[in-house]
Design a protein around this ligand. Sequence first.
Ligand code: ADP
Ligand code: MG
Length: 615
Amino acid sequence: MSSATTAETGHISIHAENILPIIKRWLYSDKEIFIRELVANATDAMTKVQKLKVLGEVKREIDDAKITVVIDKEAKTLTISDNGLGMTSDEIKKYINQVAFSGVKDFVAKYQDKADDQQIIGHFGLGFYSAYMVASKVEIDTLSYQEGATPAHWECEGSTEFKLSGGKRTTVGTDIILHIAEDSLEMLDDWKVRELLERYCAFIRYPIELAGNVVNDPNPIWTKSPSQLTDKDYLDFFHKVFPGSPDPLFWIHLNVDHPFNLKGVLYFPKVRHEFDATQGQVKLFCNQVFVADNCKELTPEFLTLLKGVIDCPDLPLNVSRSYLQTDPTVRKISEHIVKKVADRLTGMAKTELESFKKYWDDIHPFVKFGMLRDSKFYDRMIEHVLFKTAKDDYLTLDQYLERNKEKTDSTIVYASDSQAQAGIISMLTSESVDVILAETLIDNHFLPYVEMHSQRKYKFSRVDSDITKHLKDQSTTEIVDPTDNKKPSEKLDEIFRKHLSKQNVKVKVEAFKSPTLPGMLMVDESIRRLKDMTRLSTTGKDDNPWADEHTLVINQNNPAIKTLLSLAKGLNKDEDLKMAVDYVYDLAYLQQGKFTAEMMQQFVDRSTKLLAKMG
Ligand code: ADP
Ligand code: MG
């Protein structure tokens, strides 16, 4: 054990003389992280001495673990003090002059040619020497816990030259005194320093005192067990960490010891726009030391909406983006998170179904997106996926089949636009056929995927595909008209074929149980899907050959259709008939909700003419 009683000067063992200015220039944009590095070092030193104390290896008095930050505006210094294990002058030579500096050297060697890559630089901490990002000179005043050690003092002005001498510190621990450089004088501002401590050191496990106030929370919720915590604790924590966000829907408390260490709380936020998942934010900590603000690498793409904190002591504190992208631990963490999210969701579906239904409208796009992306997640979620029905019920796919098997031939009937399709929907629901709502963008992909993945155990048909069988009135018997020997359906068929202006439309006459709708357009489910796909891929241009391949289904039980039939008996009524037939088509078309400007114009013209005829 040696002590520095006589002053000593020397050279930090390094060849490149200009390393510090280089660091300073490179790290300028993120220079604030010096505070995290110095506080982390203080924390390490205190953890170590506490351990040694337990082992009975500390003979000296140790003050309670605490970090003190003191600003001296006149002297232009910022001092960070701890009651950690301290250093002897030999240890300073070893850890500060050699070890820490070689870390800096490695950094320079590795990133010299990547000076513009802010991401790498910003996330590569430099430990002790990061102090030179804001200081023109740094002093260390330290007293080691070791018996017989004498206080040591080190100072260095950011060149490779240092001074080592006896120090003045009387209690075990270390002061790091930063002489703030002219271009960083804001680091002498209480408010600024407080803000930085709150940003980078909010959950350091020992109290940090600034101007007599403790600025951090040494026991954040992720260090506690869920049984100690109330909903309010989780919500308060959320609002503290993510101010200005609305209450989250629910949360997942992570606590893993094996095969890696991981603690954290992830919140499912309320998201207002379907794909507005970019709002998520997972803050990464390493033993309560802040590492990075928005760790997209830790969560799979479909869960980037999550907000929360993760503490992973297995990841290095000075972690770079590129490291995160390739590290196998990070991948395992991400998989673990998916598993936990699935556990939470399935658990909720099993034991808190009412909450699950309540959250479903908010979370379903993410659940579906996740199922499309991750087949393990799909397998776990498929039996719990809910669909809202037109009657505001929520059904799983199996429940749907159970309730509608007979009525729909084991097909799941869905609406893609409940407003436009309201007429058909109400005809179906009045026949107690459940109609599920699949109205969001993701459903276009999700339904076909589920069909394929379930080997067509689940088949979907849109309300306007050929589902008329569920609506047909089997009891209607047609009376042949003795004057022309034809059934009404035959006559209607002729009238519509003859007068309908629209080309390429097939006509079919049915008798529906409900008289409400005069007609509806039906499109074969598979042709329509093909059409939807082509439309998506041809930038909205509707130029494929199936574009108009649909059937106008006429409801002969509808009063307007009956009127039309009797109108046909009159002479010279062709013009009126044509208008009425086209009008029925318009009404049917409207239920798809997609009038073109031209069709709208014609519809208004026809409506006006019809009104004029009333008088
Ligand atoms: P790291 O923390 O990754 O080891 P640093 O450059 O931050 O690298 O620190 C270098 C070394 O200096 C530390 O490992 C430690 O031995 C010593 N050290 C730095 N700060 C303190 C402190 N406040 N108290 C005791 N030792 C310290
Ligand atoms: Mg360090």
